[in-house]
Design a protein around this ligand. Structure first.
Ligand code: TPP
Ligand code: MG
Length: 276
């Protein structure tokens, strides 16, 4: 991956990370009425995929999706307004953090039933023939209707990329207590190309650089949820902070991107909070 591409991806990851840091502070100040699902720690997944995806996809994400919306070009102000419950929000202030939608970027809101977005994504890919992203958590992947629809996408050879954002947690329950099988192995068994990789942008890039964006593929991407399942707080498990690691690698370039993005987001947030 070129340095320019790395920086482009880092800029998107910075937008998501800093957005979530500001939301975190505002949860502490009781600024929101809806439950908030922070995506910090997982931002390099959509930041990388959105940067290298050739065709704009139909996007079906789940409850933890601020990073997906922001990386695929969703309007920042409309997301802030959505979290604040304003009519000007991306779901008219009615969806909140868990059901982000946007006609502008073809992102379809989640209904709250874990994994329900996957059969709907498969149906959308089948009926439209358009490239589709079906994004799920490692626990949502376990739902029966998710697995059967992935199998059907394999059978029909649909243009769909399944992403499992595998943070190893269902709220607080680790994968090892829930199952003894892997999603990438399951995918292979139903004729979907399955891979198990990390959320290092280079690894995601390498995987997708030989993908045609026309066939079924599943990436189980191992990542880390930085904050609580919902709300603002930190659990006590060990975690790798991919964002901090890459920011350090980029040196002063990384610091500058962080500072300018923070200044700009701080200004926008201040203005939206004042006019609520
Ligand atoms: C069918 C169903 N069962 C249970 C819940 C309650 N619930 C909401 S999110 C969640 C955990 C989701 O874990 P995962 O899919 O791994 O996503 P993550 O929160 O880790 O991003 C649970 C159990 C639900 N919303 N729907
Ligand atoms: Mg999870």
């Amino acid at each position: 991956m070129t340095q320019d591409l790395k920086i482009e991806i880092f800029k998107k990851a910075s937008l998501s990370r800093i957005f979530e840091e500001i939301v975190y502070d505002n949860i502490k100040k009781s600024a929101f009425l809806c439950p908030i699902y922070l995506s910090a720690g997982q931002e390099f997944i959509p930041a990388t995929i959105s940067t290298i995806t050739k065709t704009p996809p139909l996007i079906f994400a789940q409850h933890r999706a601020h990073h997906t919306y922001l990386s695929f070009g969703g309007d920042v102000i409309e997301l802030i307004d959505e979290l604040l419950g304003k009519k000007t929000g991306c779901a008219n202030g009615m969806g909140g953090s868990a059901s982000i939608q946007s006609k502008k970027i073809n992102m379809f809101g989640h209904d709250g039933l874990m994994g329900n977005q996957i059969p709907i994504a498969v149906g959308a890919a089948f009926s439209s023939g358009k490239f589709t992203l079906g994004i799920m958590g490692d626990a949502s992947a376990e739902e029966d209707y998710v697995m059967s629809s992935i199998a059907w996408a394999g059978f029909k050879k649909l243009p769909i990329l399944f992403i499992v954002e595998d943070n190893n947690l269902s709220i607080l329950t680790k994968k090892e207590v829930r199952r003894n099988w892997d999603m990438h192995t399951f995918a292979k068994s139903v004729n979907v190309d399955g891979y198990n990789i990390s959320d290092d942008p280079t690894e995601i890039y390498n995987n997708l650089s030989e993908y045609d964006f026309k066939s079924p593929r599943l990436l189980n991407i191992n990542t880390t949820r930085l904050f609580w399942h919902s709300g603002a707080g930190k659990d006590s498990y060990e975690r790798l902070d991919r964002y901090e690691k890459i920011k350090k690698e980029l040196g002063s370039v990384g610091d500058d991107i962080y500072t300018t993005t923070k200044e700009s987001l701080d200004t926008i947030w201040k203005q939206r909070l004042e006019t609520r």
